[in-house]
Design a protein. Structure first.
Length: 311
């Protein structure tokens, strides 16, 4: 077996012109010119790094307010001040109230039109518009500066319905109805294998063109009656003397309308039939089970636009 050749060190003659070879004592040859500082790696004429003090960012944000922002998501995540002050609970309520007053930005309206034109030309795609009969609480477990989240579009700051959640709702409805196991496998794939479903569930877009809600968000409140009991993981027992702690959070207003879209990998008419079935399962889920959190309290229910409440 031939021996493996090591990399040959460059001799002093191979050092670039104008530099002198220097042995650093470890057998390594490094160039050193007349303008070097004898191996320290710096030069007298090298630019000096800026040593100006760094100004903290947080004081600069104190002059900003959610009322001056047209992006609810940015205001929600970055413009809450005074977290550790004694007035923090009141500041949380004012912060949520100010965000709920933010209007839908014009760039989102333009993006919605583009999305409608794209999805209308996509083969094997079915669409439904769902009207929320009550408030929607979506994304409560998401990261939030006040511990209660909200699903807001990263780019536009507008509430949306995640496609993964819509798929989960449709799958739950299919399991409770007369949809066969073979059909569920075609729609959603199989858990016990690497087979994927044929249906793509797109995110639900807030349809401001049909509903004309300029301010889709509203302030809501969850009241914790035994806060110390929950914070101590059950170590501190709950009592009748505990002080209730109202916690504000964001929900979507009733009568908000969302565009639901599903696409089948088969672009033929048969594929469109499967996509129609997927959308119908989502609509049934809104009617019978509710979408998102707090469905036991009446949140998350809705129906297809144009469908009577009796149906």
């Amino acid at each position: 077996m031939p021996k493996r050749r090591r990399n040959r060190q460059r001799p002093a003659a191979e050092v670039s012109t104008g530099q002198q070879a220097h042995d650093d004592g470890r057998g390594q040859v490094s160039p050193r010119g007349d303008d070097s500082d004898h191996g320290t790696g710096t030069r007298p004429n090298a630019p000096v790094a800026d040593t100006a003090p760094i100004i903290p960012l947080r004081p600069n944000l104190e002059s900003l307010s959610p009322n001056k922002s047209d992006h609810a998501g940015l205001a929600w995540q970055r413009l809450l001040l005074g977290q550790k002050s004694p007035q923090a609970p009141q500041a949380h309520h004012e912060h949520v109230r100010a965000i709920a007053d933010i209007k839908v930005p014009q760039p989102y309206t333009d993006a919605l039109r583009r999305w409608k034109s794209i999805i209308a030309c996509l083969p094997g795609t079915a669409q439904r518009t769902v009207d929320a009969s009550g408030p929607l609480a979506v994304g409560l477990g998401a990261a939030s500066p006040i511990d209660i989240g909200c699903a807001l579009h990263h780019t536009y700051g507008v509430p949306y319905l995640p496609g993964s959640a819509l798929k989960g709702l449709a799958r739950r409805v299919a399991g409770l109805s007369n949809v066969t196991a073979d059909k569920r496998r075609e729609l959603f794939g199989a858990d016990d294998s690497e087979v994927a479903g044929y249906i793509t569930f797109w995110d639900g877009w807030l349809d401001t063109e049909t509903n004309h809600q300029s301010k889709p968000l509203r302030q809501d409140v969850i009241t914790v009656h035994h806060r110390h009991y929950y914070e101590s993981a059950g170590v501190t027992p709950p009592t009748d003397f505990d002080k209730p702690s109202p916690l504000p959070f964001l929900t979507v207003k009733p009568r908000a309308q969302f565009l639901i879209s599903a696409t089948c990998a088969d672009p033929s008419e048969i594929g469109l039939t499967w996509a129609e079935l997927a959308c119908q399962l989502v609509v049934e889920g809104f009617k019978e089970l509710g979408f998102g959190a707090k469905t036991n309290a009446g949140y998350g229910f809705g129906r297809r636009v144009g469908e009577s409440a009796e149906n």
